[in-house]
Design a protein around this ligand. Structure first.
Ligand SMILES: NC(=O)c1ccc[n+]([C@@H]2O[C@H](COP(=O)([O-])OP(=O)(O)OC[C@H]3O[C@@H](n4cnc5c(N)ncnc54)[C@H](OP(=O)(O)O)[C@@H]3O)[C@@H](O)[C@H]2O)c1
Length: 315
């Protein structure tokens, strides 16, 4: 297993403190009783990031910053320079500065850089960490694909390919919340990342100072309909949805979306060495949606149904 030599005293630095994943990492660092600081700099400001690294001298940097676009990645189509500044220039600065200083660096990246193809059809072999990105149908994915190729040259960096992240609550960025709100959804099996299981795993992998690329998803692939059926069964029996085709979906989006399955073999071997267990994706989703229901009851009581997200067309 590739790893950077460890030091006895850990100090962690988080970049991306105001983001969705960044917020979860802050909680995990607190719960883990880690010594940590939150970076303030914009990553494209190399001198500013360098000064923070030199001031705090972290042993581990977690980079959960990136331009994801609001309300969604379509934003990157019309803001290409901004997307490059964060997702390529900024991310490269952090990797490069950590390399220079021998600091272990974890980047929360994306697996949305692949799409099913003739050698990786639906239900066939998943894309491995050795495969070169084959999806650039959105500018967001294009930036992430460029980046990954360059990051392979850095020896202190670990790249985690997160995909379609799923949280236990109905946060707006949660993949489940997104598809619950759409009037029509495609139905394609995909690799996905159940955050309650995977974010602690990422900290364990950083702690072990693993390096290189990891497909950072629960093993297996789950379809949109399988998830929505679980949501209806566990959270909202009155929920309904309709499907449409990828071609129909493309007509209503600025940019295409990737659909793929990532091979989890390398990740599972690494997690076994770290002593971390994660569930197959269907099991992980079922457990997650169960926690979602429990959370709704705890917050709103048994009559939580009128608090559930509405379809976008009904707002
Ligand atoms: N959510 C997803 O669906 C998903 C899926 C796969 C991978 N990922 C990746 O995981 C990472 C974190 O995602 P997230 O969902 O937590 O995104 P998020 O909620 O949009 O948070 C990203 C954070 O990064 C900050 N940021 C952006 N550019 C920056 C820069 N140049 N310097 C410093 N901070 C910067 C943003 O701050 P400002 O708001 O101030 O710009 C924001 O707080 C991203 O790289 C994303 O591409 C996300």
């Amino acid at each position: 297993m590739a790893a950077v030599e460890g030091t006895q005293t850990e100090k962690w630095m988080l970049i991306g403190k105001n983001g969705w994943l960044g917020g979860m990492l802050i909680e995990l660092l607190k719960v883990g009783n880690k010594n940590f600081v939150l970076a303030d700099s914009r990553t494209q400001n190399r001198e500013s990031i360098a000064a923070e690294l030199d001031e705090h001298q972290p042993t581990h940097v977690l980079n959960a910053s990136g331009q994801t676009g609001r309300p969604n990645v379509d934003w990157c189509e019309s803001h290409q320079a901004e997307a490059l500044r964060s997702n390529v220039i900024g991310a490269m600065n952090v990797a490069d500065l950590c390399e220079e200083r021998g600091i272990h660096h974890t980047l929360y990246a994306t697996g949305c850089i692949f799409e099913y193809d003739a050698t990786h059809p639906i239900g066939g072999p998943g894309f491995t960490e050795e495969d070169t990105p084959n999806f650039d149908g959105s500018f967001y994915s294009k930036t992430k694909g460029f980046l990954e190729e360059m990051l392979k040259s850095y020896s202190t960096t670990m790249v985690l390919r997160v995909r379609m992240p799923i949280s236990d609550d109905l946060a707006p960025r949660n993949f489940i919340t997104k598809i619950v709100r759409y009037d029509r959804v495609v139905n394609v099996p995909n690799s996905m990342t159940v955050l309650t299981e995977m974010m602690p795993a990422s900290v364990a992998m950083a702690e072990a100072k693993l390096t290189g690329i990891y497909n950072f998803c629960n093993p297996g692939a789950v379809s949109h309909n399988e998830i929505l059926d679980m949501y209806r069964e566990i959270v909202d029996p009155s929920f309904t949805y309709e499907n449409f085709t990828i071609e129909e979906q493309n007509k209503i989006l600025e940019a295409k979306r990737s659909n793929n399955e990532l091979d989890a073999t390398k990740l599972m071997a690494a997690l076994a060495e770290c002593g971390v267990h994660i569930n197959e994706i269907h099991e992980a989703c079922r457990l997650c949606i169960g926690r979602m229901r429990e959370g709704l009851i705890a917050e709103h009581g048994n009559n939580y149904h009128n608090t559930l997200p509405k379809k976008l067309s009904q707002m």
